[in-house]
Ligand binder design. Structure first.
Ligand code: ADP
Length: 219
């Protein structure tokens, strides 16, 4: 079954920039896909459209069989339940510890507190940060903070993970750790889409690579 499908999607922003020009793409469950291309190619836009953070100007976007360009705004939180997001503009909250930052992602699932704590610990364990649960995120390195973001994205056991330049501001060891975590989730059936211009990582981890340039899939 396809996890999502884009058909002839165009996106023009209010300032007139044509970020995507007729993109068609289908991803099956169990795939790990890398989205590459130069800065400004439209990678972030594509991820934001799939997460229903933006709406396309035209075209069709189906996520898990549902045409998300037609769903009412109030239905969007339900859609996101099956979606893990690691986006560039998402920050950790520095007024609470690492564990609470991960638990936030379980609020929409209606989990009970005890279960939420347990799941958050398990997610932190997966990214190798179990011992940092009670730390303030400010005390963590950039790479560790990004791993907390990964734990937060995966704690609700989404069927689709979208990650936008997840290794951009982290060192090599953290980058490898993050991609190994993605690979482990992918191995148990989570579809993973990573936007990255880091060719060496794409070469090592990408089972399928889609290249965008100026809003068009070129490869
Ligand atoms: P990438 O992630 O590949 O760098 P983006 O999707 O961020 O590409 O950007 C594609 C194009 O759309 C760029 O020209 C960018 O300046 C423009 N763009 C992105 N977001 C917005 C926005 N919110 N408003 C206006 N233009 C935008």
């Amino acid at each position: 079954m396809s996890v999502f499908r884009l058909e002839n999607v165009h996106k023009r922003y209010g300032n007139g920039v044509q970020a995507l020009r007729g993109v068609s793409l289908s991803v099956e469950s169990g795939e790990m896909l890398f989205l590459t291309g130069p800065s400004g190619a439209g990678k972030t836009t594509l991820l934001r459209l799939i997460a229903a953070l933006e709406r396309p100007t035209s075209g069709r976007i189906e996520v898990q069989g549902q045409d998300i360009t037609r769903i009412p705004r109030r239905a969007v939180p339900y859609l996101r339940r099956n979606l893990g997001l690691v986006l560039q503009d998402q920050r950790l909250l520095f007024d609470r510890n690492v564990l609470e930052n991960v638990i936030i992602a379980l609020a929409v699932t209606g989990s009970r507190r005890g279960e939420a704590v347990e799941r958050a610990h398990a997610a932190l364990e997966k990214v190798g940060l179990r011992e940092r649960a009670t730390s303030n995120p400010m005390a963590l390195s950039a790479g560790e903070q990004q791993r907390v973001c990964v734990a937060r994205a995966l704690v609700a056991r989404p069927s689709l993970l979208l990650a936008d330049e997840p290794t951009a501001n982290v060192d090599e060891a953290n980058a490898v750790r993050i991609l190994e975590t993605f690979r482990a989730f992918n191995a148990v059936g989570v579809a993973v889409i990573v936007a990255s211009h880091d060719a060496s990582l794409v070469g090592r981890y990408g089972s399928r690579v889609v290249r965008l340039d100026a809003g068009v899939i070129v490869e």
